[in-house]
Each structure stands twice: as structure tokens, then as C-alpha cells.
Design a protein around this ligand. Structure first.
Ligand SMILES: [Fe+2]
Ligand SMILES: [Fe+2]
Length: 203
């Protein structure tokens, strides 16, 4: 079974496909996309570190997320390498309106496990959308090295997506997690609609 088949059930639940114009605009603004992407990888690593620190008593969280930090940082290094070899400049982070908007949906209060679920689902959602965008890039941009690069990242982020969802279902009632996941998916689609198409951002 191909990767696509094996993860279709788990993966393709995003409620709004990316506007097909995005990949064309993104390709024309490759430097912006790579810089924004580098910071996405940094944020992915940082958010796993935060979860490890906050839930240090949960062995499975600590032990599962620790290698993911290393993977995300490895992705950061690889994006930086792609920038350097093209003579493109790294620079300051851009305001990440997508993640800011998503973070507004995190439920305040509740039990500690509910807080954990919220964070895991937030991470899962960003992984799912990144995966969808990497797939578009890998299939549509002209640069063959980047096609392969994005394909590899798509596989890796799909694995992270599954890991986050499975962790959430481990620490909270699976039906509750599934119901909340549907709310997150609806909300994310509304956020994307509101943000519109921007070629200088990964999301
Ligand atoms: Fe990554
Ligand atoms: Fe990831």
C-alpha cells in the first residue's frame, strides 16, 4: 500500500483544500517561502520542547516528542541549506497570522489533560496543513531538488501528524478527541478562507 493510501483515512480530513493559485505564487517568491518555512520548522521544534517541559511527568509525551524535536531541527537545518545554496538570505521571522489565529481557538482552562489535548490537536493541524502544502510544492514546482526535498518533508510531517493525534487519543477519551478534532478542522478552514492566498507564507 502506498503512503498516500495508508494515510488517506488519517490525512485528508482538512476541510478546505489549498487554493491552487498558492503554489504558483509561492514558486515566484521562493526566498520568502523558504525563510517562512525555516521558521515553521523552528516553531515545530520549539512547540515540542514546550510540551516536554510542561508535561515532564508524562513519559510517553517526553519520549515521543524528544526525537521529533531533533527531526524538526534537522528540517530547519535543511531549509537553511537550501537558502544558502541559492544565495538567498535568511532573516527575521514574519508575523505568523495563521498560527496566531489558530492559537486563539485553544480552549482556556479545563483539566490538564484537556490542555494537553488542545496543544496536541493544534500541532496535528499545523502538521496536516504543512503536509498538504509540501505535497503541492513537491508536485508542482520546477526545481527538481526542491521537489524531492518537499516530498521527503511531506512524509515526515505526515508521521508527526499521526503521532500527535494518537498521543491525544491516548491521554483523553478518543470520542472526545475526535469531536474536538472536527471543531479544529472547521475552524482551520475558516481561518484559511479569511487569510486568503499569500505567496510569501507557507500557510
Ligand atoms: Fe518539520
Ligand atoms: Fe513536523
Amino acid at each position: 500500500m502506498s503512503w498516500e493510501e495508508s494515510t488517506r483515512e488519517k490525512m485528508l480530513h482538512l476541510k478546505l483544500p489549498t487554493d491552487p493559485r498558492w503554489v504558483d505564487i509561492a514558486e515566484m517568491q521562493l526566498e520568502d517561502i523558504l525563510v517562512d518555512h525555516a521558521y515553521c520548522e523552528q516553531k515545530a521544534a520549539s512547540s515540542c520542547i514546550s510540551l516536554i517541559l510542561r508535561f515532564n511527568d508524562l513519559d510517553e509525551i517526553v519520549d515521543t516528542l524528544t526525537p521529533i524535536v531533533a527531526e524538526e531541527w534537522g528540517h530547519f537545518e535543511r531549509v537553511l541549506e537550501q537558502l544558502r545554496k541559492r544565495g538567498m538570505k535568511f532573516g527575521p521571522p514574519r508575523k505568523d497570522e495563521y498560527v496566531i489565529k489558530l492559537a486563539e481557538f485553544v480552549k482556556k482552562g479545563g483539566s490538564r489533560m484537556q490542555q494537553l489535548t488542545e496543544q496536541l490537536l493544534l500541532n496535528a493541524l499545523i502538521e496536516a496543513r504543512s503536509c498538504e502544502r509540501f505535497k503541492l510544492l513537491s508536485k508542482n514546482i520546477a526545481d527538481e531538488e526542491l521537489q524531492k526535498f518537499y516530498y521527503e518533508l511531506m512524509i515526515s510531517e505526515a508521521g508527526h501528524y499521526v503521532t500527535f493525534i494518537e498521543l491525544a487519543r491516548k491521554y483523553q477519551d478518543a470520542d472526545k478527541v475526535n469531536r474536538r478534532w472536527q471543531e479544529w478542522l472547521e475552524y482551520e478552514a475558516a481561518v484559511l478562507r479569511q487569510l486568503g492566498v499569500r505567496g510569501d507564507r507557507m500557510h
